[in-house]
Design a protein around this ligand. Structure first.
Ligand SMILES: Nc1nc2c(c(=O)[nH]1)N[C@H]1C(S)=C(S)[C@@H](COP(=O)(O)OP(=O)(O)OC[C@H]3O[C@@H](n4cnc5c(N)ncnc54)[C@H](O)[C@@H]3O)O[C@H]1N2
Ligand code: MOO
Ligand SMILES: [Mg+2]
Length: 416
């Protein structure tokens, strides 16, 4: 049994990120959120594009108003009103001002804005009641936030709402992103029927394919549903061989343990896959099987995860191992590894045995401190019912038998 951390290293070591050119596609700006940027974005305009006012008030010359005191106001002649979006027509001379608004271009000659609240209007003149604290007060200078020609956004970032604002400002309406990675998902087991089918005695609804499709989508991938394959080696070999030709990563569930009908590993070998992992010291998820297929066996090299069939084992191993691999493959520049948070356990947690234990539950932030609330009921890897609404997995390291209430633990936050 490979320790969890070592298994993670082996898996991430097997992943070659997509090619930023070959695997690039252009998407509309409004569809770019959550996608991974494939190219550096460089703006052709300074930001702000021109000197403009940060407030409603009057554009003035600093020298004219620097000495103003409450008991010594000065009056300036208003020579122009400059709405936002209209270029100023006049130059501000000594003793003059322009009425200006937030976002309006600064007129030549003026270098400072006095806010409306510090003035009194007197017909076509304005009385300035207090001095600015410095030259340039309330002016947003051209290029003060960003200079054109320098990188705005770097490749390998996952685009978020503020990034979309930056792209919009840079007038990038078609965004170069990595294509979504294709993840084939197949369920193995003679007992499985699709949701909606009546159950004969001994049968079970295939929940894994749906759970994994949702998890893949949440992780930014494109799920390819390959259906249910019975426990027949020929059918399974055919299905796996086909999945290898259509996907970047293949996930199967079931058939990886030691039972008479657990054929996945032998089929991966028959298909000339290299098996890197057969068992991981994780509970749930021990029989996780990982193989790689060189480009000859498929269109390009493909990573294969034989996830355990138990529904909780399938999702826990997805979150712990598949999702990081997807991130690296998808072009993320960094942060592929799961990010653990420190939380306090609300209840006593029991560990023990040779495997790292993952308990599912919810994470709450109470008075600024993360707290982990384990799901009630059985933590059997077959109990998918109490997995509902899971937002975190708490990790009990090997060698730790008890976590007392209030003790610190590492938790993996789940965003799905
Ligand atoms: N003698 C041993 N038995 C088992 C061991 C072991 O070490 N020695 N390991 C156990 C562990 S741990 C796990 S996890 C499971 C993994 O089993 P498989 O990956 O071989 O999966 P199956 O045997 O095919 O199924 C296990 C379980 O999950 C249900 N299942 C399967 N597919 C689905 C699906 N798509 N949707 C919902 N449920 C599914 C299946 O009916 C079984 O109940 O092995 C233990 N056994
Ligand atoms: O690893 Mo199994 O997933 O413990 O049930
Ligand atoms: Mg089995």
């Amino acid at each position: 049994m490979l320790p969890v951390k070592q298994a993670e290293e082996v898996i991430l070591g097997l992943v070659q990120p997509m090619d930023p050119v070959e695997d690039q596609e252009q998407v509309e700006l409004l569809s770019a959120r959550g996608r991974v940027l494939a190219e550096s974005v460089v703006g052709t305009l300074d930001f702000p594009h021109w000197d403009n006012s940060a407030m409603d008030g009057y554009a003035v010359r600093y020298e004219d108003v620097a000495e103003v005191r409450g008991d010594r106001p000065i009056q300036l002649e208003i020579i122009e009103k400059i709405p936002a979006g209209k270029p100023p027509q006049k130059t501000i001379d000594k003793g003059q001002a322009a009425r200006i608004f937030t976002g309006s271009m600064m007129p030549p000659g003026a270098d400072t804005v006095t806010i409306q609240e510090d003035t009194q209007r007197k017909g076509d003149r304005v009385e300035i009641l207090s001095a600015p604290s410095q030259r340039g007060e309330w002016v947003r200078y051209q290029g003060s936030f960003y200079q054109s020609g320098t990188p705005l956004l770097s490749p390998g970032i996952v685009l978020s709402a503020p990034d979309i604002a930056v792209l919009a400002t840079a007038q990038i309406t078609q965004v170069p992103v990595y294509r979504r990675c294709k993840i084939a998902i197949l369920s193995t087991g003679d007992e499985l029927v699709a949701p909606g089918q009546p159950l004969k005695p001994g049968q079970l609804v295939d929940s894994n394919q749906y759970a994994l499709a949702a998890a893949v989508t949440a992780a930014g991938g494109e799920p390819l549903l390959m259906g249910i394959v019975g426990d027949q080696p020929e059918a399974l070999q055919k299905a796996i061989a086909h999945a290898l030709t259509v996907a970047d990563i293949v996930l199967s569930t079931g058939g990886v343990s030691v039972g008479d009908y657990d054929y996945v590993e032998q089929i991966l070998s028959q298909l000339k896959g290299t098996i890197h992992i057969k068992k991981v010291a994780i509970r749930p998820g021990k029989p996780l099987t990982v193989a790689s297929f060189p480009p000859e066996a498929s269109t390009s090299s493909v990573l294969y995860f034989g996830l355990p069939g138990n529904p909780v084992s399938a999702l826990v191993t997805f979150w712990r191992f598949v999702q990081p691999a997807m991130r690296k493959f998808a072009g993320w520049k960094q942060g592929w590894e799961p990010q653990f948070l420190t939380a306090r356990s609300q209840q006593e947690l029991r560990g023990g045995g040779p495997r790292e234990i993952y308990l599912w539950g919810k994470i709450h932030c109470i008075d600024g401190i993360y707290q982990f609330e384990p799901a009630g009921g059985s933590h059997s890897s077959g109990n998918l019912i109490n997995l509902a609404q899971t937002t975190a997995l708490a990790v009990i390291p090997v060698g730790v038998s008890t976590i007392a209430p209030g003790d610190a633990i590492q938790v993996l936050a789940i965003d799905n």
